[in-house]
Design a binder for this molecule. Sequence first.
Ligand code: ADP
Ligand code: RBF
Ligand code: MG
Length: 172
Amino acid sequence: RPLLIGPAHGPLPPYPYRMSGPVISGFGRGSKELGIPTANLPVDNSLYPWIPSIPEGVYFGFGSLLLPESHPDYSPAPAPSNPGAASAATSAWSLFPMVMSIGYNPFYKNDTRSVEVHVLHKFQADFYGVDMRLLVMGYIREEKDYKGLEELVEDINFDCEVARQSLQRPGW
Ligand code: ADP
Ligand code: RBF
Ligand code: MG
């Protein structure tokens, strides 16, 4: 499958979609042990009507986290590009590329639509409860069922590469 998604000049409508919310506990399936922790967000259909309306699948884009000063990955951008850092900030937004799954995880057969985000950054600590803002820039593929976990992980690793390469183009 292709490494680059979307035209060089940037995302086409209806992208980008936006949503935000606190990072909550997920299914506790040990995604972290697979090397693919996923930050789960509450799905509020009334706040974000685009969520139930789009096809389930794997998407990519940017995720921003309001990390508290106490988090080891806290790193305030200089003001004014980061308003939160302007005066004695105790938290600041940090921007990362991400891949995400929206859907029912056919491999696990969930019965509710979930939103889970794998951030393309190696964090020194968890960030449960932290506010996250998502900019969904494009669609990568359908969610699939798999014979085994290794195949799922292999596909997700390729999704990460698609996101990295697609997002590093200047138009994105
Ligand atoms: P859960 O079932 O609670 O979602 P996971 O095994 O999926 O557990 O781990 C998700 C948690 O791991 C996130 O809520 C976050 O606090 C932490 N985490 C650490 N690194 C990342 C990352 N790169 N992307 C997403 N979450 C991460
Ligand atoms: N679950 C599936 O059942 N099928 C998939 O194709 C699938 N693709 C995913 C792609 C990405 C980028 C991410 C972050 C998750 C995906 N998932 C998929 C969800 C996965 O089953 C879930 O994160 C598990 O908790 C991993 O153990
Ligand atoms: Mg998770």
